[in-house]
Ligand binder design. Sequence first.
Ligand SMILES: CC1=C(CCC(=O)O)c2cc3nc(cc4[nH]c(cc5[nH]c(cc1n2)c(C)c5CCC(=O)O)c(CCC(=O)O)c4C)C(CCC(=O)O)=C3C
Ligand SMILES: [Fe+2]
Length: 431
Amino acid sequence: MSPLRTSPIPDVTDPENTASNGPASVEDAAEFTSEETLTRPRAQAPEPYDAVILSSFGGPEGQEDVIPFLRNVTRGRGIPDERLEEVATHYRANGGVSPINEQNRALLAALREELARSGPEIPVLWANRNWDPYVADVVRDAHERGYRKLLVLPTSAYPGYSSCRQYREDYGVALAELGLEDELQVDKVRQHYDAPGFIGAFTEGLLEGLRELRAKLDTAPSRAAGNGRIRIMFCTHSVPTTAANEAGPRGVDYEGGSAYVEKHLEAARAILRDVEAAEPELLAGCDWELVYQSRSGAPSTPWLEPDVNDALEALKGAVDGVAMVPLGFVSDHMEVKWDLDTEAMETCEELGLQAVRTPTPGTHPAYVRSLRDLIAERVASTAPSQDPAELERRRIGACGGRGWFDRCNPDCCLSAARAATPVIANYEGAR
Ligand SMILES: CC1=C(CCC(=O)O)c2cc3nc(cc4[nH]c(cc5[nH]c(cc1n2)c(C)c5CCC(=O)O)c(CCC(=O)O)c4C)C(CCC(=O)O)=C3C
Ligand SMILES: [Fe+2]
């Protein structure tokens, strides 16, 4: 079994198995954490920010946008032309429209409502890396409006270059381009894979998905294996193994070989723990693993494996049903709609497997509430205390660890090639 794969079939309903699937304790986390990381403060004191920027990937809004969008995404990244043409067809099949912008508009509205209801009172703007409204334009407008302290909330939950550091670069580069480094302070909300509402939304979706899958299996005329077993596949975006290995603070012995993988495993276990607590019988005859999707890059470059489709092929004769949990995605992006709902579902059909794909957090009220809590812990007006010990206690987290960092180590998720690219939210650059 490859170290990147979670061992199959730990019976999560078996109390003897709590070591592999039980709640991760602070002690478990410490086992994988270097002294430097443990002693380093994670929580910044609350500050009086002027605005929050919901910061996302962006996507095309019509056929004429598809190619310019893909050029934006892949500029200087060595993605082969064939791959771009292939990905263009996914967008073209959907009228040239990515679902991501509508989803961000909905999240923006839900977050504004939640903040209006529960505070803190703070404007929320929206910016994208690869499409309008672009980061540099939003930062320039914010400055013109007189804002001086901004807090970025990425629509991305895990540590890693694409999901964390690249967002920090987006703002570092925009500030440099605009010459506003000395006039604007831009900070970032920590990665939120362990936010209770993130875990909670997936848990609710998996409970419903397993019920649905069991009902399908009960009525299915034939079954792939005939044993009633179910594989839960937690699906996330593959990244180059070098990028995975660079994720997070250095010198830490991460489970699965990287912070990127470790935090997905922690989130998966937290979801299984909560499903078990709610309806243990749903997990009878289930096993689980973490799989990867949406690989790009040159075929010769190693990316995290197994690919979801290969993992499905490998299930032949072992299970009757599959529940795919899109663990790496906060909403139903093109990757979810195409790579899971279209491609992986086709693979399931070919293999005679009954399958469900469970929901992403989207605008689930618990998820929106957690995003509000992450903002509230940083924005001074609502903070009950400035005392660092109190702040550390208040830090939310459903995975049993200590949460991610408000400001990252300078070498966090850094590749040598990008050492000169400016970033925000550097720990050593703390003001
Ligand atoms: C980890 C990760 C996330 C999750 C974290 C996060 O959410 O940020 C993510 C999200 C997304 N990725 C997206 C789209 C694309 N990603 C690409 C390319 C790449 N992604 C990578 C990684 C990730 N990507 C990587 C290592 C590459 C190779 C090139 C590079 O190093 O940059 C390409 C180029 C073509 C291709 O090769 O696929 C496209 C079009 C969309 C929008 C979808 C929509 O429109 O709904 C979203 C949300
Ligand atoms: Fe991507």
